[in-house]
Design a protein around this ligand. Structure first.
Ligand SMILES: NC(=O)CC[C@H](N)C(=O)O
Length: 224
């Protein structure tokens, strides 16, 4: 079993993802985007960073790399795909998930800890949690505001595609707990299949015990 952590020019969380997955006993390796996905890929992580310097729009250029065609094909075949932060932006830009990530309401880069509520506990990414659980994770982004039209958001919500919502420490989804102005406090969404998910917070930065909290471990276990 091999999880491919796809690296673009400007990715900077690829090593962190490999290290966190290795800690969980997963065989994970970095794959340079031009090299394509290895035949034996059983899971895919699109890691965080600043692919192509966030020029144009964060994730827009990496989404057009040919490897993303392979990622889409594998995703359709049921291979689990997780996009984290810049990887979430690439996921939306490449159509793996709906919506878009735009500039934070603050118009600033934000690096802090947030709470997110588990909205669906019956997915590979959230098996380790109960619905309504509050998970503490780090965020570090300038373009993390999840956006889509109101009608589309209502449909996505009704279809149960919202995986995590920003909340306070008690699990209340409030405007104050929304760090970036995301519609519906959405912090993470599912793709067409439950095996595809993208999220702005960084579970790989909350997995190694040496780094403090380990709330993110369960999310990465979705790749196992
Ligand atoms: N940590 C990240 O992946 C950052 C994502 C992106 N560069 C942004 O600032 O929004």
């Amino acid at each position: 079993m091999t999880v491919a952590v796809v690296q673009f020019g400007g990715s900077n969380c690829d090593r962190d993802a490999v290290q966190a997955l290795t800690h969980l006993g997963v065989d994970a390796r970095r794959v340079w985007h031009e090299d394509g996905l290895p035949e034996d890929t059983t899971g895919i992580v699109i890691p965080g960073g600043f692919s192509y310097g966030d020029y144009l729009r964060a994730g827009a250029m990496a989404a057009r790399s040919p490897i993303m065609n392979e990622v889409r094909e594998r995703a359709e075949a049921g291979v689990p795909v997780l996009g984290i932060c810049n990887g979430a932006q690439i996921g939306c830009e490449s159509g793996l998930t709906e919506g878009a990530f735009t500039t934070n309401r603050s118009a600033r880069f934000q690096c802090e800890h947030v709470f997110v509520r588990v909205e669906r506990a019956d997915t590979p990414w959230t098996r380790a949690y109960e619905e309504g659980d509050v998970v503490e994770l780090p965020i570090a982004h300038g373009e993390g505001r999840f956006e889509m039209s109101e009608e589309r958001y209502e449909r996505v919500d009704e279809e149960g595609r919202v995986l995590f919502r920003y909340c306070d420490s008690e699990g209340n989804v409030t405007e104050e707990a929304n760090p970036n102005g995301s519609v519906g406090n959405v912090a993470g969404v599912l793709g067409a299949r439950d095996t595809v998910a993208v999220l702005m917070p960084h579970p790989e930065r909350a997995t190694l015990p040496d780094l403090g909290r380990t709330d993110g471990q369960g999310i990465l276990q979705g790749l196992v």
